[in-house]
Unconditional design. Structure first.
Length: 174
């Protein structure tokens, strides 16, 4: 029995992977439409459902529409274009080579917030260490700020291990 269901945004972009019971609950509540189903069925005494393979939200929850861009490591990297804000090389780096840096260090009262965090490569983050920009002689290229939007990045799903029903909804890989 397939236990995973792909949840899509209202505009058909992958949002997350759900357990099938959560997907059936959302179908029953009317918050999603079924886009693709597996051949298996889920049965109760009164109803039989095709196992949902892919479901799409009818609309985004209000809190997601109202709160703007959520602070997260991936969103900081996206805001900064996956580039170190201290190095002079403008090349994009893989997430495994990035960290985020507190412009005002935590030890000096710096908060974990949009206006105090920038993307840094591991070498620059190590060199700046627990110092202020003035003490380290390192300043970010652009002052950190909360973005109005960032490029949408959904879950990372390996097409090789994804169910066949999901493949047409996954972004093409180069």
């Amino acid at each position: 029995m397939s236990t995973r269901t792909l949840l899509l945004t209202p505009w058909y972009m992958p949002k997350t992977v759900l357990h099938w019971q959560d997907a059936i609950k959302m179908i029953y509540e009317g918050t999603v439409d079924v886009v693709a189903s597996y051949d298996e069925e889920a049965r109760s005494p009164s109803v039989t459902w095709k196992m949902p393979a892919v479901v799409r939200l009818k609309r985004l929850p209000k809190r997601e529409m109202r709160n703007g861009v959520r602070f997260s490591r991936a969103n900081v990297y996206a805001r900064d274009g996956y580039c170190c804000q201290y190095c002079q090389t403008p090349r994009k780096l893989p997430m495994s080579e990035l960290t985020y840096d507190h412009v005002v260090p935590k030890s000096a009262g710096g908060r974990r917030a949009w206006d105090n965090i920038v993307t840094a490569c591991k070498a620059c983050n190590s060199r700046k260490a627990d110092m202020t920009c003035d003490a380290s002689g390192m300043w970010p290229r652009r002052p950190p700020r909360q973005p109005k939007s960032v490029p949408y990045t959904g879950p990372i799903i390996d097409p090789g291990s994804a169910p066949a029903e999901w493949l047409s909804f996954l972004p093409a890989t180069a």
